[in-house]
Ligand binder design. Sequence first.
Ligand code: NAG
Ligand code: NAG
Ligand code: NAG
Length: 179
Amino acid sequence: MARFQFVLIFFLCYTLSPPPAATGSSTNKLVDKICNRTSNYTFCAEALYSDPRTPTADAYGLAFVSFGLAYLNATATQDYIAQLLNDNTIAANHKRRLKLYQHDYSKAVSALEEAYDDLNSETFFQLAKLAGHAAAAADDCQSAFKGAHYSPLATMNDCLKALSNICVIVSKLFTGGIW
Ligand SMILES: *[C@@H]1O[C@H](CO)[C@@H](O)[C@H](O)[C@H]1NC(C)=O
Ligand SMILES: *[C@@H]1O[C@H](CO)[C@@H](O)[C@H](O)[C@H]1NC(C)=O
Ligand SMILES: *[C@@H]1O[C@H](CO)[C@@H](O)[C@H](O)[C@H]1NC(C)=O
């Protein structure tokens, strides 16, 4: 009898207590839903959770996180392009292509800047369009190097495209669209 009571009490305590921290505090259901709609769930979750605000963020918070990631990624690549253009060991024909890259990235950065301003003023209607422009700029960039052996930014383009696509999905949280 005593043993039965012990088992019962243990059972009740266990089932009534909050879930353990490992599974309860670090996940955000909204992130699951968003990442589920991207082409790579793992990439999306890793990127979003790289920001400490993500576990407790609502849709508005996740918009800041995702546009912030895309913006930082785009500007870091922009800096890298500037560095390559200053590099004397890089051939002139490669530099001509890099200039195309530079043009595409400045388009991406200004679209993301505009999106950030919109978020700050809680203007949501053109977020998805702006995120789409950033993804398209990464694509243009990729095609500028199509067939070329020299393609120093291929991985970065993929990153910006994937991050921008997360932004597109997050944007649709505000404008209806798919939710
Ligand atoms: C994610 O997608 C899978 C398969 O389409 C589905 O079974 C699952 O319920 C989805 N999860 C969420 C959180 O939407
Ligand atoms: C998905 O993303 C993860 C993490 O970034 C990466 O390791 C993996 O190769 C990606 N999968 C595909 C199919 O691109
Ligand atoms: C861009 O984002 C990817 C994925 O989050 C990250 O691995 C990469 O380091 C970032 N690149 C830059 C230049 O910020």
